[in-house]
Design a protein around this ligand. Structure first.
Ligand SMILES: Cc1cc2nc3c(=O)[nH]c(=O)nc-3n(C[C@H](O)[C@H](O)[C@H](O)COP(=O)(O)OP(=O)(O)OC[C@H]3O[C@@H](n4cnc5c(N)ncnc54)[C@H](O)[C@@H]3O)c2cc1C
Ligand SMILES: Cc1cc2nc3c(=O)[nH]c(=O)nc-3n(C[C@H](O)[C@H](O)[C@H](O)COP(=O)(O)O)c2cc1C
Length: 751
């Protein structure tokens, strides 16, 4: 087989090595525009776990690489005059030049032909090759030549960064944060041999321009950075090597191969340098591709198998890289606001992959310090004593909203049960909500409970519009208060244009076959093309619905609920005012965000006025429509600020379900970044919800300051005792009701 690699970086070189190992008869040529010694950049970092695959694929290369590694296991975070250290991370650094030397020597020893200083402009010269590798990095010429077939997407990120070196020997992976009159600077620094460290300086474009670096050449840039970090460099110089300020592009391709041409490494995909995975991904691509080519006789099949194997891994890494790079783009949000320990945890858990539990295993002393600090904060916030030695897991700390004190941070998220008749809660609701309260969650929310008969989603939805409803709810509230330490909240709503539909299991969002009732909304836009067209609300409708909310809140007080949550999310009536996609009104309630917020705020103010001052109110919002041009995270911050000013105590940050054409980006904790943003930018407590399923996630969210409470929905359907199980796993004592005391010394064996 004749293989040509365009590009002699880690991807091209390692693939060449592996193919020669598989069969020395393969003819492998690498065409590289640089000379053997002219690489860009300084060191690369690998985590200890990443190189196992390389060890199996080519023990010789692995041996050479690991002999040259600089190891360290601590991360130092320099923040406002303090250094926070977290240990046990297990990293290795290596000079990029050394890595390339090792790979070049190994390739040449196996008979790979490397043509240095040959810039490839087109592929005509390689027409006879069996396989052509686009291993030409982030600005791939091969990708560009066949852009129509590969379908590349380059997401150029906002921050500016520059890759410098230094002779300063950093003992730990070091993050520096420094504020100047120009703005905030971040540095990612790590040792890669006995004498050198990589020193990447990163900042926002505004700060970079304020400092005049848009007009600075390489020497002026280096001089500026040396002065800026003089203390941290401790007399050492910064070293340049083709140092230019860049923006990072996240590269994605719709297809990785076309005929006999295949993309690999950075040409196919990139992952932000802050998670240090680019070289690892490039090496792993080479391994997967060489195995696929060896296993399949047919080349197109091999190239598809390679992509099928690698794409999920790459996309998962890119999702982690995305949250990580956003953290560095948005560091101003946290800087100065968070205390050093919490800032450090927020940084360490930024990709939402490293959890509180991972940190505990890596550095128990560090996480005990964090938990102790968190427990102290919770004690002063709630006015409830919290043991400091040992501190409880963060999820088992109290939290106060007005006079309501929650025993822990777990919330049973509102979940429609479609089991009521004319709004009346039944035995099902008693058992459903009661068992979840027994299960240990501090706050149990009712399902979306409608403020009028016509405000229901379905004929089975619960309501709070008749005095009998208050009596029936009172039975459930009283049970929970008498038998458990849990608090219970009611989510009040009007379904708007999503009303008059079937029970979930009979066709979600589908209009009723018979017996439909008329719908109202901000504008006369049906939810789906075949849904009923709602009437645009006039002032009389607005007064009626506002009064229905007030009446429902009064009934909720009679029923003894501890907290009311108003439903401004998921496309229901009040949400339909907030989104520009569903609110096309030309009056004072449509147009600008302030106008779209006007009616929901009127409802909020009326309910706040009717609800006891000592009791809190939450509002659930959809922080994004997941549609370009729709309601988004910035709007969510504005709404949260206005709600806070109006007396809202906590914002329950959900997302989407406002229009059927949304394109949500699902994943673990996928809505938590919105709660984080609202919490810090609107300075209001938040509940986060969405794909939270482990106690490690809950603890991570809390100590990282991303939310104050965590709501779990499906996890609680699956396991009403979710909180109790989390307590057992963490050896945290959680009192059982008297009736169940015999369980205290019982250990289930489920395996
Ligand atoms: C600031 C920064 C820090 C990073 N830190 C890390 C880290 O800590 N850990 C890590 O794993 N990764 C890191 N990376 C990413 C890493 O450098 C890349 O992911 C990795 O080098 C990808 O390997 P590759 O072989 O695909 O591409 P490259 O290493 O970019 O190699 C491509 C090669 O193709 C050659 N080439 C390009 N065009 C042509 C052409 N037309 N003709 C001939 N030759 C051509 C180039 O000269 C180059 O040698 C970092 C990247 C940046 C920008
Ligand atoms: C069966 C079911 C019913 C739901 N009903 C409601 C509801 O009444 N009100 C609401 O705001 N969200 C409702 N949701 C959304 C959940 O509260 C939660 O936001 C969502 O399921 C994501 O959380 P999870 O990943 O923990 O399930 C419902 C979800 C489910 C699964």
């Amino acid at each position: 087989m004749h293989i040509v690699s365009i590009g002699g970086g880690p991807a091209g070189l390692f693939f060449a090595i592996l193919m020669k190992r598989l069969d020395p008869a393969h003819r492998v040529t690498i065409v590289e525009r640089n000379g053997p010694q002219d690489t860009f950049g300084w060191g690369v970092v690998f985590s200890d776990e990443t190189l196992g695959n390389v060890a199996t694929a080519d023990p010789e290369t692995y041996g050479e690489i690991t002999r040259r590694f600089a190891h360290w296991d601590a991360i130092d975070i320099h923040y406002r005059g303090e250094v926070v250290t977290s240990r046990g991370h297990g990293f290795s650094g290596l000079s990029r030049q050394v890595l390339l030397d090792i790979l070049q020597r190994r390739a040449e020893s196996l008979g790979v032909e490397i043509l240095f200083r040959r810039e490839v402009v087109d592929l005509a010269a390689f027409a006879g090759a069996d396989l052509i590798l686009g291993a030409d990095g982030v600005n791939s010429r091969v990708r560009e030549l066949h852009a129509a077939q590969f379908g590349p997407q380059l997401d150029w990120r906002a921050n500016k960064f520059i890759w410098l070196g230094t002779t300063r020997h950093f003992d730990a992976f070091t993050f520096l944060f420094k504020e100047t009159e120009h703005g905030l600077w971040r540095v990612h620094a790590y040792r890669f041999d006995d004498r050198h460290s990589t020193f990447i300086v990163e900042t926002t474009e505004a700060t970079w321009r304020n400092a005049g670096l848009d007009r600075a050449d390489e020497d002026a840039t280096v001089g500026f950075c040396e002065r800026l970090f003089a203390d941290e460099l401790a007399g050492h110089r910064l070293l340049k090597n083709k140092a230019v300020w860049r923006n990072f592009p996240t590269v994605r391709n719709a297809h990785w191969s076309h005929r006999n041409i295949v993309l690999i490494g950075d040409a196919a995909h990139t992952a932000h340098f802050s998670i240090g995975s680019g070289t690892k991904l490039a090496l792993e691509d080479s391994i997967a591709l060489s195995r696929a080519v060896a296993a399949c006789g047919d080349l197109p099949q091999a190239l598809s198998a390679y992509e099928a194997e690698r794409r999920p891994v790459v996309e998962s890494t890119q999702r982690a890289a995305q949250t990580s790079l956003q953290w560095f783009e948005e560091t101003e949000r946290y800087f100065g606001r968070l205390e050093p320990l919490q800032f450090a945890v927020s940084l360490l858990t930024r990709s939402l992959r490293i959890t509180h539990e991972n940190l505990r295993l890596r550095d128990p002393a560090f996480i005990t310090r964090v938990d102790r600090w968190f427990a102290g904060m919770a004690a002063s916030q709630s006015g409830v004593a919290v043991p400091a030695e040992p501190p409880p897991p963060p999820m088992f700390t109290p939290f106060r909203l007005r006079d309501m004190v929650l025993a822990n941070r777990v919330v049973v998220s509102p979940m429609c049960q479609y089991s009521a008749a004319d709004g009346m809660p039944e035995d099902w609701h008693l058992v459903h909500l009661g068992s979840r309260a027994l299960g240990g969650a501090a706050l149990v929310m009712t399902e979306m409970t409608d403020v009028s008969r016509d405000g229901r989603i379905t004929p089975g939805c619960a309501g709070m519009y008749k005095p009998e409803h208050a009596t029936a709810w009172r039975r459930i509230v009283d049970f929970i208060h008498a038998s458990t330490p849990a608090k219970i909240g009611i989510q009040l709503a009007h379904a708007g244009r999503k009303g008059s539909t079937r029970l979930m299991w009979e066709g979600i969002d589908e209009p009723l076959a018979t017996g439909n009732w008329p719908l109202i909304s901000a504008s006369p836009i049906p939810y789906m093309a075949h849904s009923q067209v709602p009437r645009a609300m006039d002032r009389r409708d607005m007064d009626t619905v506002r009064d229905d909310f007030v009446h429902a809140a009064q009934l909720a007080e009679l029923a003894g609920f501890d907290i009311v949550e108003l439903h401004f999310a998921h496309g229901y009536l009040l949400a339909s005012f907030l989104s520009p996609l569903t609110n096309r009104r030309g009056d004072a309630y449509g147009g600008s965000l302030a106008n779209r917020l006007r009616y929901p705020l009127e409802v909020f103010a009326a309910v706040r006025g009717a609800w006891p001052r000592r009791k809190p109110i939450s509002v659930r919002i959809s922080a994004t429509d997941w549609v370009p041009g729709g309601f988004d995270g910035g709007d969510a911050v504005e709404v949260a600020r206005a709600l806070k000013d109006a007396g809202c105590d906590i914002v329950d940050v959900s997302a989407g379900q406002t229009t059927p054409d949304a394109q949500p980006v699902y994943g673990r904790l996928f809505q938590t970044p919105f709660a984080d943003r609202v919490r810090h930018e609107a300075d209001v407590p938040t509940i986060t919800v969405g794909n939270i399923s482990s106690y490690a996630d809950v603890n991570s969210i809390l100590v990282g300051g991303r939310a104050d409470l965590c709501a779990l929905a499906r996890a609680h359907l699956f396991d009403p005792y979710w909180t109790r199980h989390a307590a057992v796993e963490q050896n945290h004592p959680l009192a059982w009701p008297d009736q169940y005391r015999s369980v205290a010394a019982y250990r289930p064996r489920l395996g």
